[in-house]
Design a protein around this ligand. Structure first.
Ligand code: DOR
Length: 427
C-alpha cells in the first residue's frame, strides 16, 4: 500500500492554518506535516484546503426498514463524497433503533462503509413517547446520543426521567431533542404564516418548536443534564438558547443547511421537495440562524439528510413525507451562502460537532503527526451545478437541483484510505 502524501494544500484545523504537505503512513495515521514531503502515492491538493474530516450529527440512513430510500452503505458513500468521515444515524428506522440488538446490527453494517458510521438511540421504546428505552444497554455498546428524532418527547415527566437517568450513566451521554409540540403542530405541513395562508396549506406555528425548547431548557436546569437541540429553525428558539448559554446551562444546538438557505416562500409551487420538519420559515428566521452561526450560539451545522423515494415525494404536498437530502451539498452550501471565513465553516462542520458527539479523540483532530488520517481536501473555488442524478444517495429529493455552488470536495480519506479521489467515490 505504501505511504500517501497530500501535496500542495493549505492545512486548516482548530489550531490555525498553514501551507503544508501531509503524509499518511501505512498504519492510517498522519506521519508528517511539513514542506516538500515525499510519499509513495501523491494526492494533489494545489489550491485546496486540507481539513479534518467533517462530522454530521443528523443523518437518516433508513436501514433497517426503508432500504428503497437509502442504505447505510449508500448514505455513507454520499457522506464521503460530501467530505464527511463520521456520521450519526438517526433512530427513526423501521423498527426504531431503541435497543441493543438493533444498535449492534447498525454498527455492524456500518463497519464496511466508507465513513465512520455511529448511531444514536431512541429515548423511548419504538419512539412511541410512552416508555423509556433501555438507554443503559445502548450506552454500553457505545451509543452516546439519544433522541426520538422525527418527533419530540412530548411527555414532560418522561423527558425529565430520561434526563435524570442519562445523567447517571457512567459513560456520559447527551440527550438531543427534535423540538415540536405534537398537539400544536398537528395537521401542519409547513410554517404557519403568510405563505401557508396564501397557499391554503395548514401550517405549524413557530411556537410548536419554541415551547419544547423552553420546556427542555427548564428541565435541563432542573436536572443538570446536557441537552442538545436539533435543527433549530426559529429566531425565538435561538434567542432562548443564547440566553440559556449565557446563564451557564450546558446546552448545545445545531442548524441545518436548509434553514439558513431557504424560506417558506419556496413552498409556493406546492412542490413537496420543500416540505421538511421543522418547516422552512421566514426571512427573519433565516437571518437569525445565520447570525447564530456567526456568533457561536449555534454550535454546528447538521444536514438532517432525509432521503425519500421519488414515489413518496411525488405525492400531494399534504400527503408527502417531510425531509430533504443534505450530505452531498452541505459543505458547498455553507461555503457559498455563509459570510464566514472557511476556518469558521469547518469548525461548524468538523471539530465542533465532533466535540458534541464525544468523538473528538478520533475526529476533528488537528492535522498533526500521530492523529488518524480522517481528512477532507476541499477546493474552495471550484464551482459545480447540483445534479441529483449524480448523487451517490439512493434518493433524489434535493431542493437545490440546478443550483450553482462554490466549493467542492476533491479527496476524502478515512483512516488514511482515500475513499474519494478527485471527487469520485473509490468504493
Ligand atoms: O423533515 C424531516 N424528515 N424531519 C424529521 O424530523 C424527520 C425526517 C425524516 O426522517 O424523513
Amino acid at each position: 500500500m505504501g505511504t500517501i502524501v497530500i501535496k500542495g494544500g493549505r492545512v486548516i484545523d482548530a489550531t490555525g492554518e498553514r501551507p503544508a504537505d501531509v503524509v499518511i503512513g501505512e498504519d492510517g495515521l498522519i506521519a508528517a506535516v511539513g514542506s516538500d514531503l515525499p510519499g509513495d502515492t501523491v494526492l494533489d491538493a494545489a489550491g485546496c484546503v486540507v481539513s479534518p474530516g467533517l462530522v454530521d450529527l443528523h443523518s437518516h440512513l433508513r436501514q433497517p426498514g426503508q432500504e428503497e430510500a437509502e442504505t447505510i452503505e449508500t448514505g455513507a458513500r454520499a457522506a464521503a463524497l460530501g467530505g464527511y468521515t463520521c456520521i450519526l444515524a438517526m433512530p427513526n428506522t423501521i423498527p426504531a433503533i431503541d435497543h441493543a440488538g438493533i444498535v449492534r446490527e447498525v454498527l455492524e453494517l456500518g463497519r464496511a462503509a466508507p465513513c465512520d458510521v455511529r448511531t444514536s438511540g431512541a429515548i423511548t421504546v419504538g419512539r412511541g413517547g410512552e416508555q423509556l428505552a433501555p438507554l443503559g444497554e445502548m450506552a454500553a455498546l457505545g451509543v452516546r446520543f439519544f433522541t426520538d428524532d422525527g418527533a419530540g418527547v412530548a411527555d414532560t415527566r418522561l423527558m425529565r426521567r430520561a434526563m435524570e437517568y442519562a445523567s447517571g450513566l457512567p459513560t456520559g451521554v447527551i440527550l438531543a431533542q427534535h423540538c415540536e409540540d405534537p398537539v400544536l403542530a398537528a395537521g401542519g405541513h409547513m410554517h404557519e404564516g403568510e405563505w401557508s395562508a396564501r397557499l391554503g396549506i395548514p401550517g405549524q406555528p413557530s411556537e410548536a418548536e419554541e415551547l419544547m425548547v423552553m420546556r427542555d431548557l427548564a428541565l435541563a436546569r432542573l436536572t443538570g443534564t446536557r441537552v442538545h437541540f436539533q435543527h433549530l429553525s426559529t429566531a425565538g428558539s435561538i434567542a432562548m438558547v443564547q440566553a440559556a448559554k449565557a446563564s451557564g446551562l450546558p446546552v448545545t444546538c445545531e442548524a441545518t443547511t436548509h434553514h439558513f438557505t431557504l424560506t417558506h416562500a419556496e413552498c409556493a409551487g406546492y412542490d413537496p421537495v420543500f416540505k421538511v420538519n421543522p418547516p422552512l420559515r421566514t426571512e427573519a428566521d433565516v437571518a437569525a440562524v445565520r447570525a447564530g452561526l456567526t456568533t457561536g450560539v449555534i454550535d454546528c451545522i447538521a444536514t438532517d439528510h432525509a432521503p425519500h423515494t421519488q414515489e413518496a415525494k411525488e405525492a400531494a404536498f399534504d400527503a408527502a413525507p417531510p425531509g430533504m437530502l443534505g450530505l452531498e451539498t452541505a459543505l458547498a452550501l455553507a461555503l457559498t451562502e455563509l459570510d464566514l471565513p472557511i476556518a469558521a465553516v469547518l469548525a461548524l462542520l468538523s471539530w465542533q460537532p465532533a466535540r458534541i458527539l464525544g468523538v473528538d479523540h478520533i475526529h476533528g483532530l488537528p492535522v498533526a503527526p500521530g492523529n488518524p488520517g480522517h481528512l477532507t481536501v476541499i477546493d474552495p473555488t471550484a464551482t459545480w451545478i447540483v445534479d441529483p442524478d449524480a448523487f451517490a444517495s439512493r434518493s433524489r429529493n434535493t431542493p437545490y437541483a440546478g443550483r450553482t455552488l462554490t466549493g467542492k470536495v476533491r479527496h476524502t480519506l478515512l483512516c488514511g484510505e482515500p475513499v474519494v479521489i478527485n471527487g469520485e467515490a473509490q468504493r
